[in-house]
Design a protein around this ligand. Structure first.
Ligand SMILES: *Cc1c(COP(=O)(O)O)cnc(C)c1O
Length: 408
């Protein structure tokens, strides 16, 4: 806790203080070699992050948004086809779909985990689409376009229920691109394969973000794609570098979407601490659980037995959310809303023709969910103070309502 009693939402200062010497050494060696683009730090980080995610390949790119976009493009997602995701995500998931040339469409989330509800996905495919086994294509009946991809989002650090999603994807011949931008190191127990999987290793490819506030963050913008498919990896390497197969020989039109060597070097330093940081977040989450279990008005995050969350965010479902938010702010306690407006109701997607009420679970999440401070350096004392403030807020509400009903 800082001197004025302020409890920050994230602490991006302490890890950089702790690692300052090593990080400065990375910068110094970049300066001395002038190896700013590509080179051994990028190769080294890619190798280490692929290993961390249990995948054959990792391709460093300039952001999580580019990672998702390149993954979709490399998977050959057809122009004008439909790619399905969820409405309660950061808008970049949908942007990546549109910018890869597809049309985003949505299925609602599970009310307990807030990740893609596989039953809703099944309903969408069974009722709104026809599968043609001859051309192995799923066609949306009303929109008359193929559905070619599904992008489940591993939200708040917890993986979506991948077994049934992958099964449906196989049945309907859809590409699965995981949005793992909040899930570096999250795990999923596949009941089907009877083993744990790392985020980023289950779909055809996955996009990761290393935005500074993510569990693994660069000192600037950065991202990566992981995949087990060699051809996808080769295509993504081309897409990130102007479509070059070798210098000045361009096979396709690509982008400037590379990962900076400096950021790769920084990420290499930080990756060594990621498992420990994730573990500290899990410990903070179980302390929250204990401290908040007696406050009935607070719905705690649900971790199914098949999931190991890395708690990118600690998100609770609460009544009178906006009032509690103001109260926390007044008490100098960091807070956030992830996310206040579902993607289908955001201005750029109005043309898709959705209205309020179309995805009720995601919409309710936008009204009820509140993110509490969460980071590896969050102390037990800070959590006691945060949870006391919340408990008192609801205790005061209860007293007021008793007084009011007594006066009637
Ligand atoms: C952060 C994030 C992204 C985008 O990552 P950038 O690196 O900011 O481009 C995409 N999807 C989700 C769910 C995210 O949290």
């Amino acid at each position: 806790m800082s001197l004025n009693g302020q409890i920050p939402f994230v602490d991006l200062v302490t890890p950089h203080q702790e690692l300052e010497e090593e990080l400065v050494a990375v910068f110094r060696s970049t300066l001395r070699t002038a190896g700013f683009i590509g080179g051994p730090m990028v190769d080294g980080f890619e190798r280490e992050f692929a290993q961390f995610c249990d995948t054959n390949f990792c391709i460093g790119v300039s952001s999580g948004t580019d990672a998702l976009r390149f993954a979709l493009m490399a998977a050959g997602v057809e122009q004008q086809s439909i790619a399905l995701t969820v409405p309660n995500t950061f808008i970049a998931t949908a942007e990546a779909i549109s910018q890869a040339g597809a049309r985003p469409d949505f299925v609602d989330v599970d009310p307990a985990t807030y990740t893609m509800d596989p039953d809703k996905l099944r309903q969408y495919l069974e009722t709104q689409c026809d599968y043609d086994p001859h051309i192995r294509k799923t066609i949306h009946k009303k929109l008359c376009r193929p559905v070619t991809a599904v992008v489940p989002v591993h939200l708040y650090g917890q993986m979506a229920d991948m077994d049934p999603i992958l099964e449906l994807a196989t049945r309907y011949n859809l590409t699965v691109i995981e949005d793992a931008c909040q899930a570096h190191g999250a795990e999923y127990f596949s009941r089907k394969q009877n083993r744990w999987f790392k985020a980023g290793s289950m779909g055809h490819a996955a996009g990761f973000s290393f935005y500074p506030g993510k569990n693994l963050g660069a000192c600037g913008e950065a991202g990566a794609v992981t995949t087990n498919h060699e051809q996808m990896a080769a295509k993504i390497r081309m897409l990130r570098d102007h479509g070059q197969s070798k210098k000045y020989y361009h096979d396709i039109e690509g982008y400037n979407g590379r990962l900076d060597a400096l950021q790769a070097g920084i990420l290499q330093v930080k990756l060594k601490h990621l498992s420990d940081w994730n573990q500290k977040r899990r410990e903070a989450a179980s302390r929250y659980k204990e401290l908040l279990s007696s406050v009935d008005e607070v719905g705690l995050p649900f971790e199914p037995t098949w999931a190991k969350s890395i708690f990118h965010l600690y998100v609770v479902a609460v009544g009178e959310r906006n009032e509690l938010l103001d109260h926390l702010r007044a008490e100098n306690i960091g807070q956030g809303i992830h996310y206040p407006v579902p993607v289908h109701l955001q201005k750029p997607y109005q043309s898709l023709g959705y209205w309020e009420g179309d995805f009720p679970i995601a919409e309710r999440a936008c009204r009820n969910l509140l993110s509490l401070p969460m980071h590896p350096y969050l102390s037990g004392e800070e959590q006691i103070r945060i949870t006391q403030v919340i408990a008192r807020f609801y205790a005061a509400k209860r007293t007021t309502s008793v007084v009011l009903s007594g006066a009637r």
